[in-house]
Design a protein around this ligand. Structure first.
Ligand code: 13P
Length: 251
């Protein structure tokens, strides 16, 4: 059966010493209070090596927030999937709405990134989600279906089985406005249905689908209680150990 997962996305926050201290704090908290789900932190590239040296990845998984769409070569400023894997990280967030919106990521580049992540043994946390206008004009299911189909449906069933999905309605990210638990459940069940159409019920039932967007200790339990919500991808609330652990303990 699919895993429940709480993953932090630190985005572009914390210096290296601050990040290492936060990672150590979360790691210690998880050793003291065993989680009922997998817990992962996705951190800036600069933080991967020093954080990997300080945490126990059997307790707290480590991931990057992005990787390049090329393996190596003359791509100044980019960080490749093999580089990420060589730090000891096991996960990579791909297709976050901030990357789609501010850095022009398309389904085409994302297919390259997903392939490279998988080739290098990294588990993609693949993000999808509609903007406010699409929520309001009722096209949100079509938008999310297209993101899943275009970004991932070139994969074999075996490779698709390595993907973690994160539904993050863009209107709920960093806005304090959470999707209601029912809105999240409706979308997660819809996504699972789209996966089942392509790969069958067993693959769909085994896919973890996380919710992201203003998830915090006060609303996590209600969201995670929904049958198709398998955890969260947490932005702001992953930057404080107590808040992040409050969300983890919702399972
Ligand atoms: P917030 O939890 O800050 O709304 O961010 C969600 C997110 O984008 C996680 O990837």
């Amino acid at each position: 059966m699919r895993k429940n997962i709480v993953a932090g996305n630190w985005k572009m926050n914390t210096t290296v010493p601050e990040g290492v201290a936060l990672a150590k704090e979360v790691n210690e908290a998880l050793k003291a209070n065993k989680a009922n789900c997998d817990v992962v932190i996705c951190v800036p590239f600069t933080h991967l090596c020093p954080v990997a040296a300080e945490i126990d990845q059997t307790v707290l998984g480590l991931g990057a927030e992005n990787c390049a769409d090329h393996k190596s070569g003359a791509y100044t400023g980019e960080v490749s999937a093999p580089m990420v894997a060589s730090t000891g990280a096991k996960y990579v967030i791909l297709g976050h709405s901030e990357r789609r919106q501010y850095y022009g990521e398309t389904s085409e580049t994302l297919r390259e990134k997903v392939a490279l992540a998988l080739e290098n043994g990294l588990k993609p946390i693949f993000c999808i989600g509609e903007v406010l206008e699409e929520r309001e004009n009722g096209t949100y299911n079509d938008v999310v279906r297209r993101q899943v189909e275009e970004g991932l449906f070139n994969l074999s069933a075996e490779d698709f089985g390595k993907i973690i999905l994160a539904y993050e309605p863009v209107w709920a990210i960093g806005t304090g406005k959470t999707a209601t638990a029912d809105q999240a459940e409706d979308m997660h069940a819809f996504i699972r249905g789209v996966i089942a159409e392509k790969y069958g019920k067993e693959v769909a039932d085994n896919t973890s689908i996380l919710y992201g967007g203003s998830c915090k200790p006060s609303n996590a339990a209600e969201l995670f209680a929904k049958p198709d919500v398998d955890g969260g991808l947490i932005g702001g609330a992953s930057l404080k150990c107590a808040d992040f652990m409050g969300i983890v303990s919702a399972f």
